[in-house]
Design a protein around this ligand. Structure first.
Ligand code: V47
Ligand code: SF4
Length: 360
């Protein structure tokens, strides 16, 4: 029997595939077949629904002590274009988001050497008090680890302080690639993959949901990608706290890994489809259109994706690394992209509750 037939049968039976079978998918050149198999899993989980969210990204500072080699966003404190927003600047951006109907603020930033923990608690509390209905999805596991170092307080205490101040859930950033050799080559200063997973386990135990990402298209090989997803799948078996998996395509411009070429559309679709097939215990696979481009993001709805992220507005991280996409998509455009793909657009909140369904 053709190994792809065996894999398809498993997916039809809602079964899990093995890392060895994921390897077969990685080696396959039959993109449309991968899309068909991914669509079986997608449809079983999400039917024809395709989600999006009206959100606003806020990157409060680009000053970062880590200076990962793949990151074009971060700066040293003395750089002329280094910035740190004060509370009034953050509130002004949030206000603009609220006017546009945002249901979520997505807040991530660099590891600033001098800001006290209170800066982050005040930021959350001020946003919660001013916009009590808007969900605060903030701080990657890397930032959470930094707060533990900064305060010398145990991780569960740091999490409960953030939660009390208004933290609603965590984004999936900072995962990059767990394989230690590749991780050391692309972000030597960053917490290990094991620590990232340990933080997420504690986050889920604290009753907070999170996402998980994978940065691909730099120095990793197929084995490192499978290892990354396998570790996420194992933790998800334990906690069930992950909502969406988001593969992020590396953008090389202005980074310290400039000789890599940007991924192709075919590669992007393959990664998304394999993620959908392999991560049987994740409810959602998200295509971050900012990194993929609107067109590939739309097509990805037939390659396992059920979530196109959001309206975003003011994206800094990928644009610093040469992304040519716009920084904002209107709700109307997202609805049109989903409809034309033959799916039903659903505006969701952070926890995937329906805000509005756009029936024909
Ligand atoms: O961790 C940094 C990535 C991440 C580059 O949880 C780069 O819903 C490509 O995690 N090329 C931060 N990627 C963004 C992130 C995210 C984005 C959208 C939605 C969610 C979510 C999370 O951006 C970093 C890193 O992996 N990144 N530099 C670059 N040059
Ligand atoms: Fe800092 Fe995050 Fe950029 Fe790494 S990816 S340098 S931790 S902002």
């Amino acid at each position: 029997m053709n190994p792809l037939d065996t894999i398809q049968e498993k997916v039809e039976g809602k079964e899990r595939i093995s890392p060895e079978e994921a390897r077969i998918l990685m080696e396959s050149k039959d993109l449309l077949r991968l899309g068909r198999i991914a669509s079986i899993r997608r449809e079983a989980k999400n039917g024809k629904r395709a989600y999006f969210i009206v959100n606003r990204h806020i990157n409060h500072t680009n000053i970062c002590v880590n200076r990962c080699r793949f990151c074009a966003f971060s700066r040293d404190p003395e750089a002329p274009d280094a910035y740190t927003m004060d509370l009034s600047q953050i509130l002004a951006r949030a206000e603009a988001g609220a006017v546009e109907g945002a249901s979520e603020f997505h807040i991530v930033g660099g590891l600033h050497p001098d800001l006290p923990f209170d800066y982050y608690l005040n930021l959350l509390a001020a946003l919660r008090d001013r916009f009590p209905k808007i969900h605060l999805q903030a701080f990657t596991a890397v930032e959470i680890d930094y707060f533990v170092q900064l305060t010398g307080r145990p991780l569960p205490e740091v999490l409960s302080a953030l939660k009390e101040a208004g933290l609603g859930s965590l984004p999936g950033g900072g995962a990059e690639i767990f394989d230690p050799t590749v991780r050391n080559a692309i972000c030597p200063e960053k917490i290990s993959g094991e620590r990232w997973l340990e933080i997420m386990e504690a986050v889920h135990k604290a009753g907070l949901k999170s996402n998980a990402t994978m940065l691909y298209g730099h120095l990793e090989d197929a084995g490192a990608r499978i290892d990354h997803m396998a570790r996420l799948r194992d933790l998800q078996d334990k906690t069930g706290g992950f909502q969406a998996f988001i593969p992020l395509a590396f953008h090389p411009e202005n980074t310290a890994i400039p000789d890599r070429e940007i991924t192709t559309g075919l590669e992007d679709l393959k990664v998304l489809a394999i993620a959908r097939i392999f991560l049987d215990n994740f409810d959602h696979i998200k295509a971050f259109w900012i990194m993929l481009g609107e067109k590939i993001a739309q097509v990805s709805l037939h390659f396992g994706v059920d979530d196109l992220d959001g309206t975003v507005v003011e994206e800094k991280i990928t644009h610093a690394a040469g992304a040519q996409t716009s920084e904002a998509l209107s709700k109307e455009m997202l609805v049109r992209m989903i409809r034309e793909a033959g799916m039903v657009p659903v505006e969701r909140d952070t926890l995937y509750r329906e805000i509005r369904r756009y029936e024909e």
